[in-house]
Design a protein around this ligand. Sequence first.
Ligand code: ASP
Length: 588
Amino acid sequence: MYRNRTCGELRLANVDETVLLAGWVQRIRRMGGMTFIDLRDRYGITQLAFNQETDAALWEQANELGREYVIQVEGTVKERSSKNKNIPTGEIEIIVSCLHILNASETPPFTIEDETDGGDDLRMKYRYLDLRRNVVRKNLELRNQVAFETRSFLNERNFLEVETPVLINSTPEGARDFIVSSRMNPGQFYALPQSPQTFKQLLMVSGFDRYFQIVKCFRDEDLRADRQPEFTQIDCEMAFVSQEDILEVFEALTKYLFKKIKGLDIADFPRMSYADAMKYYGNDKPDTRFEMKFVELKDLTEGKEFVVFDSSEYVGAICAEGCAAYTRKQLDELTNFVKRPQIGAKGLVYVKCETDGTFKSSVDKFYSQDDLRKWAERCQAKPGDLLLLLSGEKEKTQKQLSELRLEMGSRLGLRDKDVYSYLWVVDFPLLEKDEELGRFFAKHHPFTSPKQEDIPLIDTAPEKVRANAYDMVINGVEVGGGSIRIYDNQLQQTMFRLLGFTPEKAQEQFGFLMDAFKYGAPPHGGIAFGLDRLVSLFAGLDSIRDCIAFPKNNSGRDMMIDAPSFIDQEQLDELGIQVCLKEDKAKK
Ligand code: ASP
């Protein structure tokens, strides 16, 4: 037997018991004739004590250990003279009688402590060591708990977990696919699923009626803090349901998770239309932890010879409470912020609502005190507040103003990770026009059903058609999204036509689905939650990477196994694949 207790469980009640522990040496403290070792395992840390006077040989053996050695000890639990209130085992220590080294360790490249000296890249390269750290391990424990509770909730409600294939054809969800070779079918390729979308719909046709799967999905996209090339979804689908039924079930799941994971009773989810989300927040995933809603000022700014505003389609403002005292430097910082290429605004107009009731602005040359007062009134600004205005083409400016709003929210400390603000965003448009390409794309995906009452608009004003699609947004993060699906063969064909598919192309790519719709497809719909995002929210993490055991970096690399990598010519030959990189071509 290696151990009969863990390093996290011994307390004063165990005093005088003889115990066997095994774990890693976290820290060694030599204090004269006493040596203390913090022994760590998954469950916690227990202090081991070695006394030169009572057993010099053992004491010497302990002094020869190094950090991260794996050891086994036998000893007696004793009350500590100097207690450590910060850890649960801090009132006891083990007086060791026997020590075995199970394995030595080289000095690790960074300290395995909550506050480590290892940089990101180093910790990624030695992820297995990083995972020994408390903080990282806790995130994975939380992830396990979220997955477990989700299964338990859905199981209770008759959902069946069904596995769908990983080697499939491309599904058009909007991102690029990862491609997999097929030795037995030279020249042909599988794609890794961006989601199990079509399969879960087929399961509804098969009569499974309530499906879920905690499933890996793959998207070859540019990476950001909330994106990884492979990520996990809680993927769900239900038959014989309306949008209302789906929102009800998955709002209940979310409330259940908040209760189980965070101990919080959360209220019913408010709903906001996509149109309002854009109008007031410039964002289809508004962070509603704070107000600072957009106010449109175009009509109040016109005709005063300020060309910038006069020539703009949209003039919008936010009101930053209590910020009228911002210095030149602070205002410059904000101006530079909106002018960054990622945001792309040309400039920023401000109005300080001074405490004496006057106004001071960057456009005083054009606007009188009276004009500025009208703006302030519409924004419901009080003396001491600061108005920030952006102008330009409507959609672009709303996006820029949204970034500025979030920045101000952060600066003012209004985005507390321990405060949760959640909502459903509903009534998304069915289609999105790519102005450059001059064609429509599905806003959600091509299987999303238009709202019944908007179907007549499909041919006359496709951009006005709203979808039965919904997103769950928490603290400005889209944690889930889904839709009611088309289940009628004809309507699905119309949708493909709108999206620019020829009937042949639609048949080739999605014939199987449209065929299935000929054999009694029930009305159905579903949703998928980003498990990584959900866990990050619960854990208060800045990046989803921190709740993934072996994540990839921003260039999509696994730094530890150094993937992706080149493969042998022999393997390529067997697959009948010739690799010709752009640079090689250029050389030829
Ligand atoms: N398949 C969709 C997605 O991955 C979710 C859904 O419509 O159920 O975003």
